[in-house]
Structure formats: C-alpha cells, structure tokens
Design a protein around this ligand. Structure first.
Ligand code: XMP
Length: 320
C-alpha cells in the first residue's frame, strides 16, 4: 500500500514534479480522461493532470442530478478561468434510474459507483479512446473502505476489483499518499484559487450521501435547498465541513394552524483536520435559529430542523 506523506512533511514542489513525471510516463503519448466534481480532490487532480498532459487530458463534469445548486455552471466557469476546458455530461436519467427504490446506504453508494464508472464513464472513455482515468482517491478513502466503515465511491484495487477488467481502463491515483490537509497544500502550490483548494469537502456520492431513504429527484431538491441555506449561513465559519441531511422519518408538525406530518432536516457542522475523527462545532445559538427559520420557511414540507452534536466516532461525517 502507498506510504503516507504527512502534510507537515510534504514538499509540494517536489511532490508535483514527481507526480507530473509519473503521469507522463504512465500515459505515454496516449490520452487520459478525468471526472471533475469541483471538490478539493478532483480539482487538484485536474490541475495536476493538466500540468502533466495539457490538452491530452479530457476533463468532464458529470451532471448526475445529485450535485448542489448551480454546481456544474460554477465549476466549469472556475476552470475556464484557469485555462482548463470542462465538458459537462448530462447523466441525470442514468443515476436516478439506478437509485430508484434503493434505501440501504451501502447499496446506494454502490449504485452511484457503478453508474458512474461502468455506465457513464465507461462509455465516455470508450468514445474518447483514453486508456487512463486520473482520479483523486486519497488515503482516508482507502482507510475507511478497507476498514469496512464506508465503501468510498472511488476505491477498487484495495477491494480486489481490477478496473481494467471491470470497466476497461486503468486508473492513476496521484493523491493516494495524502490526506485532505496535504491535498489542499498541493492545490495551493498548483495555483488553484482558495475557492477551490479551500473548499469544504463534498462526497463522491454527492447529495445521495445526505438523504436517508430513497433518492428521488424531488427528495434531492429538498436537501439541495436546505444545503444552499446551510452553506450560505456557514460560509464564513472556519470549520472543516457542514451539511444538511434529509431524514426518512416524518414527524408531526403544524402549519397554518393545521397538523402537518412533515419532513426533518438535520444540520451538521464539523471541526476536523483530516476527517478521520471530527467534532461538532459549537455554533452560536442565534446562527442556528437563523438557519432553522430559513429552512422552515423556504424548504417545502419541513417541520423539524435539528443540529447534531455527536462526534466522529461513533458518528461519521456524512449520514449515508
Ligand atoms: P465520513 O462520512 O466517512 O466522511 O466520515 C469522511 C470524509 O470523506 C468524505 N466522503 C467521501 N469522499 N467519496 C469521497 O470522495 C466518498 O464516497 C465519500 N464519502 C464521504 C466526507 O464528505 C468527509 O469529508
């Protein structure tokens, strides 16, 4: 297994030079492809791959229907400003049909993974004739998958899956020795704007990781609205990550003087260095009240909003 490079010991210049070289040697004069979600890891891999391969790296944003508000447009614009073209691929239909009827968390992750790598990406790779996929897997993803905590969407080899056999392409993982703090340092050294390398983490299974129960377009829309409110209100907090989660259970509430058996949203806001352990932030009560008021007013059907103060472990950062 790859040896960990701790952020404090990381020499970014040397790391970048080595990885650029490794990517060039692996790909030769062929072409590579990568999927950019706009999260920290995939953004750093995109910049690194682009530095190594230039136009021979084709970067795609997969619109899977479970991303945040306006995400495709924003990510494309941010990378255009860096001189890196991004092609947006609409695959909403494929993802929602794969997620239909699934409520088990690991099955949900598996559905997103298979749809992404086999169906949508497999087709793209075949069309592009790329033999290599560049991917932003980090050490924490491997740890948690191997430990059986969560099946991270981007881990194969460690589970005995051969991507070449399963999906028809090879995977290059330049960030595999780093954790999130190291990835951010590399991002900064590559000249990415802080809006990208300092962005709060967002999971591969996207908003599906924040929906308990079935992931339908209507339920995604609810958690997406709540997410927008939480992200806006907490954007100035210097914390690791924050999110809104949609619960499956309903509770009795009231609206306009009538009983309403409505939806529950949970807010989480984490302090963490590398996501292996995390502690909830002591948010000011007034800020919590403001988020509750906005969510209750603007997100249809919500009658209960809670703030979770359980640390990881025993919690995990995401709900699914
Ligand atoms: P958990 O929920 O396992 O999350 O405590 C740890 C960190 O990883 C992110 N996360 C993921 N990132 N693919 C990713 O790239 C995934 O499948 C995935 N699941 C969770 C999560 O947002 C947190 O920062």
């Amino acid at each position: 297994m790859a040896k960990e490079i701790r952020a404090a010991k990381l020499n970014t210049k040397q790391f970048i030079a080595e990885k650029v070289d490794e990517i060039r040697r692996a790909v030769g004069d062929g072409a590579a492809i990568n999927a950019l979600s706009g999260g920290v890891d995939s953004s750093v891999v995109t910049a690194l791959g682009h530095r190594a391969l230039g136009k021979r790296l084709k970067t795609c944003f997969i619109e899977n229907g479970i991303m945040r508000q306006g995400e495709a447009r924003q990510v494309k614009a941010m990378f255009r400003a860096l001189g890196i073209p991004v092609q947006v691929i609409d695959a909403k239909g494929e993802f929602f049909s794969a997620l239909k009827g699934i409520t088990d968390p690991e099955e949900k992750r598996e559905a997103v993974t298979r749809t992404f790598y086999k169906k949508v990406f497999g087709k793209l790779v075949r069309q592009s004739k790329a033999k290599y996929l560049l991917q932003g897997t980090i050490l924490t993803d491997i740890d948690e998958t191997v430990a059986g905590i969560k099946r991270q969407h981007n881990v194969f080899e460690q589970l005995g899956i051969d991507p070449q056999k399963e999906f028809g392409y090879k995977i290059i993982e330049p960030l595999i020795q780093l954790r999130k703090d190291g990835v951010r340092k590399v991002g900064a050294a590559l000249g990415l704007p802080a809006a990208l390398f300092d962005r709060i983490p967002f999971p591969g299974p996207a908003l599906a990781a924040r929906i308990l129960g079935e992931v339908t377009p209507a339920r995604v829309e609810i958690v997406r609205k709540a997410t927008s409110i939480v992200e806006k209100e907490l954007s100035n907090m210097r914390v690791f990550q924050y999110m809104a989660i949609l619960h499956e259970d309903r509770v009795t509430g009231m609206r306009k003087g009538k009983r309403d058996f409505g939806l529950q949203i949970e807010i989480r806001c984490w302090n963490s260095i590398d996501a292996r352990t995390a502690r909830p932030t002591r948010l000011p009560y007034s800020l919590l009240e403001r988020m509750v008021a906005k969510i209750a007013k603007d997100v249809p059907g919500v009658v209960s909003v809670t703030y979770n103060i359980t640390p990881k472990p025993p919690s995990t950062i995401e709900a699914v």
